[in-house]
Design a protein around this ligand. Sequence first.
Ligand code: ADP
Ligand code: NG1
Ligand code: MG
Length: 437
Amino acid sequence: MENLDPIPILEVDDTIKDRLAKLSDHFLSRFKHKATFFARVPGRVNLIGDHIDYSGYAVCPMAIEQDVIVAASQSNDSGLYFTNLNNIYPDYHCKSLLDCRDDLMESNGLQWYKYLLCGIVGALEIIPQDKIGSKGLNIAIWGIIPPASGLSSSSALVSAAVLTIVHMYQHEISRKELALISAKAERHIGTQGGAMDQAIAFLATAGAAKLIEFNPLQTTDVILPSDAVFVIANSMVKCNKAATLEFNTRVKECKTAVQIIAKQHFDDWDDVKTLGELQKKLGTNLLKTLKISEAALKNENPILIKRCQHVFEEAARVLEFQKICQSTKPDRIQRLGELMNQSHKSLRDLYECSHEILDKLVDVALNCGALGARLTGAGWGGCLVALTTRNNVEKFVNDLRKQLREGLFCELVKNCDLKAVVFPTEPRQGAAIYYMP
Ligand code: ADP
Ligand code: NG1
Ligand code: MG
């Protein structure tokens, strides 16, 4: 087929060999036969552009090393069987693929297996029934993305389930379609997010961050300055976005703002769904759209103006970030750092999605010499991403770890391996399929 752009099937190399072997052993001991194939989906760190994807604005993430791997085979009966290498997540079983939708919708809390069910239900919606047959599935998973910490562990799980089903039934679709199907599938968990996480999971390439635009989904490489290094640090405050109201409240506030502004400008205001669509319909630039929004919202709840200000200014910062990466100016790393600092302040003060411990961590990172530091992902805890230089990265990481061990964070990190709490990261490859040799 022409230009299908399928998911790559990669050779098992030294970077993944040991983990596949360990997951393979777990699969064999649980299901008494070998896995047929493995699907790997990475987490991501968003460098700039948070809480704007669902308003239709471009973002700039990169895939990270930490990932979710699924081992899969068809089952001997019609049943669906999940097992997790980490035994804090109990096994799950359901009698057929068609019945699992009921388990997903059941109001019995946010069990881990529901993220996989989201992906399975989402994938089954697009695969013709006759391709599926009556056999069920065996799935073993191993995820090493810190959960509920803004590095997209949820989307890696959902996307890995979609990829597993699509590959199992040899349903040929492009990586963009996989991303959009996975984004839609994840909304079954309850969060009304955008498609940033799933897009970078499927479309990332090693060596470059991506500018991801939506409607239509499109990616452009962002080549980072060769002496820039991004470091992730975990505040150890977890926030499960589907278990709290905050995330969807922000989505709703943006939609409410859109309706109020659109009503004052257009007869067909009900067709305008996002701030991005509003801007397109107004035909104005980001700054002018902000001014129009402020005027339209002046008698409303002041929170709405704050949310809009964040969205339009953050959207502008993403484009500026990309422009600086393309330039050759000697101070470009400093300027990227400034944009990251502005982004964090905006998320903290205007979008109100930070956390006091995360804010303290940002201050500690800046005191250790970061050129910029900001929360990454949805926030309310989770990780920061800090910018430093290749010459300084070793000292920066060591200083930050030391500050955490000895300072305000000593209680939070006392049982942790600090190598997993503060670590440098590089742009990695997106999702792939593997077969064990
Ligand atoms: P994130 O910012 O990491 O995407 P979310 O709040 O969206 O955080 O999703 C976190 C949830 O994903 C966890 O509470 C857990 O249910 C699930 N999860 C993440 N990693 C794993 C894993 N390795 N195994 C099982 N479930 C996981
Ligand atoms: P995380 O932190 O991975 O749960 C969420 C959304 C993204 C985006 C970011 C904020 C989902 C699946 N993910 O990410 O779409 O809105 O927050 O930029 O809803
Ligand atoms: Mg998530």
